[in-house]
Design a protein around this ligand. Sequence first.
Ligand code: PGA
Length: 247
Amino acid sequence: MKKLIAGNWKMNGSIESAIDLIDGIEKAITEQPALLEKCDFLVCPPALHMMAVQGSLENVSLGAQNCAATDNGAYTGEISAAMLADLGVSYVILGHSERREYFGESDADVNAKAAKAIENGLNVIICVGETEEQRDQGVQNDIVGAQLAASIPNNANADNMVIAYEPVWAIGTGKTATADDVAAMHGFIRDFLSSRHSGEGRERILYGGSMKPGNAAELLATPNVDGGLIGGASLKVDDFIGIGKAA
Ligand code: PGA
């Protein structure tokens, strides 16, 4: 399976910088086409920048960072899955820990959004992960297991869903989980997915949290790590492509 190298640009940049970034990424991939033998690339710009980067996309797919749980209608400020699909978006990140923490998104919210996204033909990247306190208490499997059980909608399967394991304490902090901890958690998630699909469980499972060119080779070589969800390092062409090279 190719690794999915996914950039989560979060709420950063301008229209101009977004176009520069995607142009740089596309140019680097064109110059090193072997990257595409091992990796699929995805960028998830801020919603307002998606149309601006679209004209530059050749080898990179387009994703969104959120969507509404409802169909089109009177929901001021929301963006529906149908609108994303209409734009040609292929993925949507859901349940990122920043959305869970700052915007109060619950597992039930993530489940409803994911169901709607899949209904509209999008692939979902459902994020899960424990806090530092929960890891210190040794309850990370209970936390992630409960998030998976409640966040994954009934219409999700290995062809339309990716799981991203992002330990909250590793996001944007420069701290990464050890390869052993990542292997243990990804194995746990794989088992969960296999039992859910009566023995299939071939979903991609991404690791996220301070992934950089320097630690990507080890993380991406860890069993059951099928790619990365990359925040800070996805905002620089060299770092993002460097992670692809590490794969
Ligand atoms: P980071 O963010 O790479 O900056 O830690 C990862 C994420 O939030 O998806």
